[in-house]
Design a protein around this ligand. Structure first.
Ligand code: HEC
Length: 344
């Protein structure tokens, strides 16, 4: 207050290079030789009488003027406080300036591919949290809406069963997914560090959240959202159309269902290649039962193909005509392919 004022002991041009702002003072004083009287340290721990700082404040220094220059001397009380600090060893008892809080781990792992829905999202931090700052406004989970991309308006926000902090001191935050429906999709976890409502540490620092592929998060400056994704894919990857073509349609059906496409059966329903089968089956009405699709994606029971190979169709014979009929396991593979969306 009396020393690190404009034109005096602050900044690069400080007299004798002696800067006395809060960050610099300790290193500038303790155990550092005085530039005016090099045989004395500015502060000699344990020995105020031989500390040049005290001599300058008390006006007993042999060189230069009493400090603070051109101002009233410090009071005896203030000087004795400084003397006492030196007598006590001139310890650096400053509180360390806190670094902003960072994310040190996340479960599920960023960019992971899960085959089972997680029961929670758990974030760990490197400092104690302000527990009231972690809530539905600052700890968010959303899914992409099926397109794998975010910020395009079709995201679905996931509502947590609860959001809690844990540990003593609390350095973890949990987004509880108990009884929460998790559709197969890409999910994005967000812990906000920017804006009006942010995750804070116990000292009120905003989260240093930026994540670029490695923990801890952050760029060294408080602020910045933590954003990572993971993907949930629970559906067992069953047979593909190529598999079914190779194991069933080509060897067992294509002899009769040979193409080209027309309204006459069997040849007019072309099962001669995977591309032809896809075009002939998925979303295409049956000739025999025009109200029923040959393959209704997602709905094997209402797919005429299944009715024909299981022998439940109202018209004509069970396929393949004359048998032998397909094993139920093979039929189930085809059912699964339809359930999964009858994709090409
Ligand atoms: C020996 C010749 C033959 C074989 C082999 C054969 N089909 Fe057929 N398929 C037919 C005939 C003929 C019809 C029309 C008359 C009927 O349904 O009985 C038909 C009709 C169908 C229909 C109904 C089409 C519609 O639009 O209504 C489906 C579906 C079908 N077959 C699927 C298959 C599948 C799948 C296989 C192989 C697992 C197969 N078929 C093997 C001769 C055959």
């Amino acid at each position: 207050m009396s020393c690190a004022v404009s034109g005096c002991h602050q900044g690069a041009g400080a007299p004798q290079g002696l800067r006395l702002d809060a960050t610099s003072s300790y290193a500038m004083l303790v155990g550092m030789a005085a530039s005016q009287v090099a045989s004395l340290n500015r502060v000699e721990p344990g020995d105020p009488d031989n500390s040049y700082l005290i001599q300058k404040l008390e006006g007993t220094a042999t060189v230069g003027q009493r400090m603070p220059l051109n101002q009233a001397p410090l009071t005896a009380t203030t000087i004795s406080t400084i003397r006492q600090w030196i007598t006590d060893g001139a310890l650096d008892d400053r509180a360390p300036s806190p670094d902003p809080i960072r994310v040190t781990a996340l479960s599920p792992d960023p960019d992971s591919n899960l085959t089972a829905a997680p029961t929670e999202v758990l974030a760990s931090f490197d400092r104690e949290l302000n527990t009231t700052s972690v809530d539905v406004n600052t700890f968010l989970l959303e899914r992409s809406g099926g397109d794998g991309t975010f910020n395009d308006g079709n995201e679905v926000q996931i509502t947590a069963a609860s959001i809690t902090t844990s540990g003593s001191p609390p350095m973890a935050a949990m987004f509880d997914l108990t009884s929460v429906t998790m559709d197969d999709d890409t999910y994005r976890v967000r812990l906000l560090g920017s804006g009006g409502t942010v995750v804070q540490d116990i000292d009120g620092n905003a989260l240093d959240g930026e994540y670029s592929g490695a923990f801890p998060s952050g760029d060294g400056t408080a602020g910045g959202d933590f954003e990572v994704t993971f993907t949930l894919m629970t559906a067992t990857s069953g047979a593909t159309l190529d598999d079914i073509q190779a194991s069933v349609f080509s060897p067992t059906c294509a002899g009769c269902h040979s193409g080209p496409t027309s309204n006459s059966l069997p040849a007019g329903m072309d099962l001669s290649s995977a591309d032809a089968s896809f075009a002939a089956l998925v979303g295409v009405s049956s000739i025999q039962q025009a109200a029923i699709l040959r393959v209704a994606a997602g709905d094997p029971d209402n797919s005429y193909l299944i009715q024909k190979i299981e022998g439940t169709a109202a018209t004509g014979q069970r396929m393949p005509v004359g048998g032998p009929f397909l094993d139920q396991a093979v039929v189930d593979d085809i059912r699964q392919w339809i359930s999964d969306g009858a994709n090409r």
